[in-house]
Ligand binder design. Structure first.
Ligand SMILES: [Ca+2]
Ligand SMILES: [Ca+2]
Ligand SMILES: [Ca+2]
Ligand SMILES: [Ca+2]
Length: 305
C-alpha cells in the first residue's frame, strides 16, 4: 500500500516536473501562417552566399551576394498546361509567405495559388521552398505543384528564367547551356563569377539569348535551345512534366550555384555523373581482371622455371 502511494507520489512529482520544465523551456516557434503580404524577403547568410531577397512570387531584382560580391538576378518561374500560354508565378495569390529572415540548412515554404487558364479560378497550388546549405556555394528551391482544378492538367510545363547580371551591376556578361545546366559568367565587373542553375529532372528545352528575348521565349512557351550568347544574357530551362491528375502533386528541385571558375560550376551542376558500370561493363571488367591474373600466374610460373 505504502509502496503504491509512493509510486503515485513519484508519478505526480514527475508530471509536475515535466509541466514546470515545459513552461521553463524557451518556446520554439514554428513559423505561423502569415497574412498574405505579396513579396516577402528572406535573408540567409551561410558564410559564402547571402540570399538577400527571395520573395515567394518575387518578380524582378534579387540581390544574391557571393563572397561579398554583389550580384543582381532577375529571376522568375512560369507554369503552363495544355495549350495555354505560361503564367508567371507572381500572378498568383500568396497564401503563405516566407519569414523575413531564415537560417542555413532549414527549408522555408511559401504557398501560392495560380490560375493557368484565365477563368479566375486557381488550377494549382505551388509550394516554393528554399534551403541554403551551410558553407556551400549553392542553394535549392523546390517547387511542389498540386492539381486543385478537379480534372487532369495535361502537358504541364515548368519554366525557370534568370537574367543574371553577374557582378556589381554590369550586364555585359556571357552565358550558355551545356550538360543540362545554364550558366552566366561576369565579364565586366572584375569578379569573373560563374553562376547557373539546373534541375533534378532532365530539362526538355533551354533558352540562351538577350535577356528580353529569353523572357519573350518563356512567356511564349517556345525556347530557342541556343547554347551561347555574349551580352546582357538571360538563361532559362523548361521541364515538361506530362499529365498531372486531379489531386496529384509533382515536385521539381532547382539548384542555383555560384563559382569562381567554369569547372567549379560544372562540378556542382553537371558533368559529374560517373557512368554506372552496366552488366556488359562488369563482364568486360571481370574478363580483363581474369586476363591480368592469368598473365601474372604465367609470369610467376616462368620465373620459377
Ligand atoms: Ca483556372
Ligand atoms: Ca539584365
Ligand atoms: Ca557583370
Ligand atoms: Ca543578364
Amino acid at each position: 500500500m505504502d509502496n503504491k502511494k509512493g509510486r503515485i507520489g513519484v508519478f505526480i512529482a514527475a508530471i509536475l516536473a515535466i509541466s514546470v520544465f515545459a513552461f521553463a523551456m524557451p518556446v520554439v516557434a514554428k513559423d505561423p501562417p502569415h497574412i498574405p503580404a505579396g513579396s516577402a524577403t528572406i535573408a540567409i547568410d551561410n558564410g559564402i552566399i547571402d540570399i538577400d531577397v527571395f520573395g515567394e512570387t518575387y518578380s524582378g531584382y534579387n540581390v544574391w551576394l557571393y563572397r561579398g560580391g554583389s550580384n543582381a538576378y532577375y529571376e522568375e518561374p512560369l507554369i503552363s498546361y495544355g495549350t495555354n500560354p505560361p503564367v508567371y508565378l507572381s500572378n498568383g495569390t500568396v497564401y503563405q509567405s516566407y519569414p523575413a529572415t531564415g537560417n542555413p540548412d532549414v527549408w522555408y515554404d511559401a504557398t501560392v495559388g495560380l490560375d493557368l487558364d484565365g477563368d479566375a479560378s486557381d488550377d494549382i497550388n505551388v509550394t516554393r521552398s528554399i534551403m541554403v546549405p551551410s558553407g556551400q556555394k549553392y542553394f535549392l528551391v523546390k517547387y511542389c505543384i498540386v492539381n486543385i482544378k478537379g480534372s487532369d492538367l495535361t502537358n504541364l510545363r515548368f519554366f525557370q528564367g534568370v537574367d543574371y547580371d553577374a557582378g556589381d551591376a554590369g550586364a555585359w556578361d556571357e552565358g550558355g547551356y551545356a550538360e543540362d545546366f545554364v550558366w552566366t559568367h561576369d565579364l565586366d565587373d572584375g569578379y569573373g563569377t560563374y553562376v547557373g542553375f539546373t534541375g533534378d529532372r532532365t530539362s526538355d528545352h533551354h533558352s540562351v539569348d538577350g535577356f528580353s528575348e529569353m523572357w519573350s521565349d518563356l512567356v511564349a512557351g517556345s525556347l530557342n535551345d541556343a547554347n551561347y550568347y555574349n551580352g546582357d544574357v538571360g538563361v532559362g530551362l523548361e521541364w515538361d512534366l506530362g499529365t498531372l491528375r486531379a489531386g496529384e502533386t509533382v515536385c521539381l528541385t532547382v539548384k542555383f550555384a555560384f563559382a569562381d571558375s567554369y569547372d567549379e560550376l560544372r562540378n556542382m551542376l553537371g558533368g559529374v555523373a560517373v557512368p554506372a558500370l552496366t552488366p556488359i561493363g562488369l563482364v568486360a571488367l571481370v574478363g580483363l581482371l581474369s586476363v591480368i591474373a592469368a598473365v601474372s600466374i604465367r609470369t610467376t610460373v616462368r620465373k620459377r622455371e
